[in-house]
Design a binder for this molecule. Structure first.
Ligand code: PEP
Ligand code: MN
Length: 334
């Protein structure tokens, strides 16, 4: 059960509510987010929620039987829209493409990518400056120096920045230079990081874990939400399966299932999802047809020379034709 507390609630009526909840055998957890104040109540007994719902201190009340609560559509029937400012919104009727290199490599590369985004009307640039790499000897990103230039060039052109955060200690220094924090697949269940991102007033995109279930992804989102941050997006990026002929198994089943289970926007990353450049356009279209609210795509001027993930990165002309087709599919499915 979730109870939204009325804004004007006073201390006494709130305490009374807490004791009423205790009396019916429920345990209440207070959640204060940047948008509201809630009591997430856990219990099994059947009772008439109207016996609590009529109290002045309650502005809304719902039974939510799912184990994840605040992220459940049983709590919030309407889809959440994330507003990044400057007319950039994600969710419901606002579809967004986030594109750019796997890794930020140089100022020249950033400028070239931004020019391509401006040309194609794409408003969000992706690019990692802290890279999780399987081998410690691989390129691990330009760090804060890269992020500062990334943000500066993007801001000059009204482009928003999404980039991966890998650990809690990076949160503050990254803050001024980020529009969306990305939690990578390897950190999808880094609960300390999830807790920390709950206190941030910037949107977070959470990727599904490498072998993560759909429910685990929802629990990860619930961690952030219950720590205060409601501005969340979920990202299907492929899971590890027995199949060896492509990098990951892009689970497009997750898109309609997630959209049914949660009110949060669902983004698909076809680049990591299939891991093969020539098939990224087809999987992008499939994701759109499945109902995705956005795409996260690796794009580079010369993918052959990209420092990371070039084999799954489209070039500019492939990106343009992909976008045209995405728009066509959207006109059919929306
Ligand atoms: C990335 O987006 O470049 C990345 C490292 O993704 P993932 O966490 O999905 O592997
Ligand atoms: Mn990558």
């Amino acid at each position: 059960m979730i109870i939204q507390i009325a804004k004007e609630a006073n201390g006494r009526s709130y305490d009374e509510l807490i004791s009423r909840i205790k009396d019916i055998g429920y345990k209440s957890n207070e959640v204060i987010t940047q948008k509201g104040r809630y009591l997430v109540c856990i219990g099994k007994q059947d009772f008439d929620i109207r016996s609590i719902g009529h109290l002045d201190v309650v502005s809304d009340i719902h039974r939510v039987s799912d184990d994840y609560k605040l992220t459940s559509r049983k709590w919030k029937v309407h889809s959440t829209t994330i507003d990044l400012g400057d007319g950039v919104r994600i969710g419901e009727n606002d579809f967004q493409v986030m594109a750019g290199p796997c890794s930020i490599e140089s100022e020249e590369q950033i400028r070239s990518t931004v020019a391509q985004l401006v040309k194609t009307g794409v408003r969000i640039m992706r690019g990692g400056v802290y890279k999780p790499r399987s081998s410690p000897y691989s390129f691990r990103g330009l760090g804060m120096d890269g992020l500062k230039i990334f943000y500066e060039v993007c801001s000059e052109h009204g482009i928003k920045v999404i980039t991966e955060i890998m650990q809690v200690s990076q949160l503050e220094e990254m803050y001024p230079y980020v529009d969306i924090y990305q939690i990578g697949a390897r950190n999808s269940q880094n609960f300390n990081l999830l807790d920390a991102l709950g206190s941030v007033d910037k949107p977070v995109l959470i990727k599904r874990g490498i072998s993560g279930s759909i429910d685990e992804l929802l629990y990860s989102a619930e961690y952030i939400f219950s720590n205060g941050n409601e501005r969340l997006m979920l990202c299907e990026r492929g899971i590890r399966s027995y199949e060896q002929v492509y990098r990951n198994t892009l689970d497009l089943n997750a898109v309609p299932i997630l959209k049914e289970k949660t009110h949060l926007p669902v983004i698909v990353d076809p680049s990591h999802g299939i891991g093969i450049r020539r098939h990224v356009p087809a999987m992008s279209l499939a994701a759109v047809a499945a109902g995705a609210d956005g795409l996260l795509i690796e794009m580079h001027e010369t993918p052959e020379q990209a420092m990371t993930d070039g084999y799954q990165t489209v070039d500019y002309s492939e990106f343009e034709s992909l976008l045209d087709k995405v728009n066509e599919i959207r006109s059919v499915v929306v």
